[in-house]
Design a protein around this ligand. Structure first.
Ligand code: CTP
Length: 400
């Protein structure tokens, strides 16, 4: 971490003492560390503790400007290569998610263009509160990073999720962040996400359960790693990330057109969308009125976008598909890999708990040509996204 400037924001939770360990470890790693504390953080640990560890003045008050030549929160915000908020209380997470800036920490959070990592730490019931979870998702959808809290006995007496990861664990996350921070720089990546809507009439359509979360996590992570990302989005339950170019596509035919138009020049194409295999043979111009007791809807096949992308694959392009299966996962995924001329199939058994549509976790395996299947453990969709991007980079390296 030599030459890296890391801004550590400490907010007011009992885990504030662990932030001292984090700062000390970051300094040992060679980083230049600056600390900002909130009013409540100072009730747990004194600024002097941090100042002694990082050998820099600790910033606590937005209106104290020690150097008349600069404005502290802007100078610090501009200087940082990474900002880490540890511990991040429910309060600071909520303020950041709403864009509030009523102290030095939250003001600097708004002013910085550096990546920000939030390490939440709080009581398990607070952490699981949907409001806190919504705020965290909101931050993630804007490209902020979040560290998963640890599980175990908490200071409040409860046992559960909410512990600040140990300083060494946080240092490992930060080390990994710097290692891969720009490893996709300059690559053009096209990701599709969400489900398609196949219109029956102006108010009705056929669709599926895809939430878009997996594709969004991929797009967001690739952009963070330096790629130029185009995200072709169908119907989704969550808001797309804001650090990528978003193209809307309602039906499979729309998605087919949008993808084909942008195929040239892409280094990587990831088809995470759940594309409807069929569409109504006709879309009624007016709302269909009920008449008989039975009604038959005729469906026709949609183009297979992944197969078409595979057929037109240019040298050097890496094509990734997904296989959402409920039976014979490996056999079906291997068949898709060959049939669609993909380089990687990310297979998951969507009937398993913790995998597939709507949830925040996934259990996937990687299937590549001439390679044994690689099963990954249950992970958050964000971690799965990072693992997929790592695998894509390995495929590119293996080719050289
Ligand atoms: N896919 C696609 N276009 C379609 C159907 C699927 O691009 N019309 C892509 C999906 O985005 C995914 C992969 O193909 O990356 C596998 O999707 P899946 O529905 O599991 O595959 P199918 O080929 O439809 O397989 P089957 O119906 O035989 O299970």
């Amino acid at each position: 971490m030599k030459d890296k400037v890391i801004l550590v924001g400490v907010s007011g939770g009992i885990a504030a003492y662990k932030a001292a360990g984090l700062c000390s470890a970051l300094v040992k790693e060679g980083a230049e560390v600056h600390v900002i504390m909130t009013e409540s953080a100072m009730k747990f640990v004194t600024p002097l503790t941090f100042q002694s560890l990082v050998k820099k003045p600790v910033v606590t008050d937005i209106f104290t400007e020690p150097d008349p030549a600069e404005i502290s929160h802007i100078a610090l915000a501009d200087k940082a290569d990474l900002m880490v908020v540890a511990p991040a209380t429910a309060n600071v997470i909520a303020k950041a998610a709403c864009g509030l800036a009523d102290d030095m920490l939250t003001t600097t959070l708004l002013a910085t263009r550096a990546p920000v990592l939030f390490a939440p730490a709080m009581n398990v019931n607070m952490y699981n509160n949907p409001i806190v979870q919504e705020n965290l998702s909101r931050l993630r959808s804007r490209g902020y990073l979040t560290a998963e809290p640890g599980e175990g006995p908490l200071a409040c007496g409860y046992t559960g999720k909410g512990r600040l990861p140990e300083p060494e664990e946080l240092v490992e996350i930060i080390r990994e962040f710097f290692a891969r921070s720009q490893d996709m720089k300059g690559l053009n990546v096209l990701v599709t996400a969400g489900g398609t809507r196949e219109r029956i009439d102006p108010v009705r359509y056929l669709t599926n359960d895809s939430s878009g979360k997996m594709g969004f996590a991929l797009a967001e992570a690739a952009a963070r790693r330096g790629a130029n990302v185009t995200l072709v989005v169908g119907n989704t339950a969550v808001t797309p990330p804001s650090n990528v170019k978003v193209v809307r596509a309602e039906s499979a035919l729309d998605m087919y057109r949008e993808v084909m138009e942008r195929l040239r020049g892409q280094d990587v194409v990831i088809k995470a969308a759940a594309v409807s295999d069929y569409r109504p043979s006709e879309t009624a111009g007016q709302k269909i009125k009920k008449t008989e007791d039975r009604m038959t809807l005729e469906l026709v096949r949609n183009p297979d976008i992944l197969a078409e992308v595979g057929a037109r694959k240019s040298p050097g392009q890496v094509i990734v598909g997904f296989a959402a299966e409920t039976t014979e996962v490996e056999a079906n995924a291997t068949d898709k890999l060959l049939r669609k001329n993909a380089d990687l199939i990310v297979a998951n058994d969507v009937s398993r708990e913790g995998a597939g549509f709507g949830v925040d976790t996934n259990i996937v395996s990687f299937i590549r040509q001439d390679q044994p299947l690689r099963q990954l453990p249950q992970m958050s969709k964000r971690d799965v996204a990072e693992a997929i991007l790592n695998e894509i980079l390995t495929i590119r390296k293996d080719r050289v």
